[in-house]
Design a protein around this ligand. Structure first.
Ligand code: ATP
Ligand code: MG
Length: 221
């Protein structure tokens, strides 16, 4: 019997369970990969889609590496894992990407019966919930908030009930997930590259090589 999360009524459904990992992935690191793998396990997901953002609405546009480099690094990282894939939908769309639009588009592509699970670090979940109407988000997807080091679950759980509306209680759509703590961020990796500090093993080996070959992150972004 595969592990399912508490309280879910999932008798007899064979719908595709699709995890979505959004982010800038500049660069993708092992924290992202461990999170995706753990979500797949804990929530019995069939597949994980990595969706790199083009122009995150809340970040400066010129602070990002080329979309193609970020995509290439994702591809290098997931090579050999048939359950992981990358989607360019946010990159192909004009203008800023909003999670709600991405979720709707994925639903259109995979069909309404596909169950979506948007995976984020616990830091990002509160941000998402405050971006746009969370009720709309909950009609498209459930959310998995990973315990990124430094963000307490208790704090998050205490904050969530505020975001209920139209009878959709946030707690029914947002699930907490404990993951092995990996205090890694892309920001930290970019700084390490710039400062000539080691960053091998924080990213997949092929990504480590790619960053050096392409000379990424040598200048302040
Ligand atoms: P940056 O420092 O540029 O913000 P990041 O490391 O936070 O980069 P993002 O691309 O912003 O990476 O993150 C994508 C998603 O992965 C977000 O939901 C984020 O919370 C989550 N995430 C990032 N790093 C970790 C980590 N070490 N453990 C768990 N989740 C993480
Ligand atoms: Mg981040």
């Amino acid at each position: 019997m595969e592990q399912r999360f508490e309280g879910e009524n999932n008798l007899m459904d064979n719908n595709l369970r699709l995890g979505i990992m959004g982010g800038t992935f500049d660069p993708i690191h092992i924290g992202h990969l461990v999170t995706a793998e753990e979500a797949k396990y804990q929530f019995s997901l069939d597949k994980i889609l990595f969706v790199p953002s083009a122009h995150p609405p809340h970040k400066r546009e010129d602070a990002y590496s080329l979309a193609t480099d970020r995509c290439n690094m994702i591809e290098l990282s997931i090579e050999g894992n048939p359950n992981f894939s990358v989607s360019r939908i946010e990159m192909e769309r004009e203008g800023p990407s909003y999670t709600i639009e991405t979720l709707r588009e994925i639903h259109r592509m995979y069909g309404k019966d596909t169950e979506l699970f948007f995976i984020t670090g616990a830091d990002a979940i509160l941000e998402i919930m405050t971006w746009k109407n969370p009720t709309e988000l909950f009609s498209e997807s459930r959310f998995i908030a990973a315990t990124r080091p430094g963000y307490s679950l208790t704090k998050l759980e205490a904050a969530l009930p505020k975001f209920n509306s139209k009878g959709r209680l946030a707690m029914n759509f947002v699930h907490m997930m404990e993951i092995p703590a990996l205090a890694i961020s892309s920001t930290q990796i970019r700084a390490r590259v710039r400062e000539g500090k080691p960053f091998r093993y924080l990213v997949i080996d092929a990504v480590w090589r790619y960053i050096r070959e392409k000379g990424l992150y040598l200048e302040e972004g």
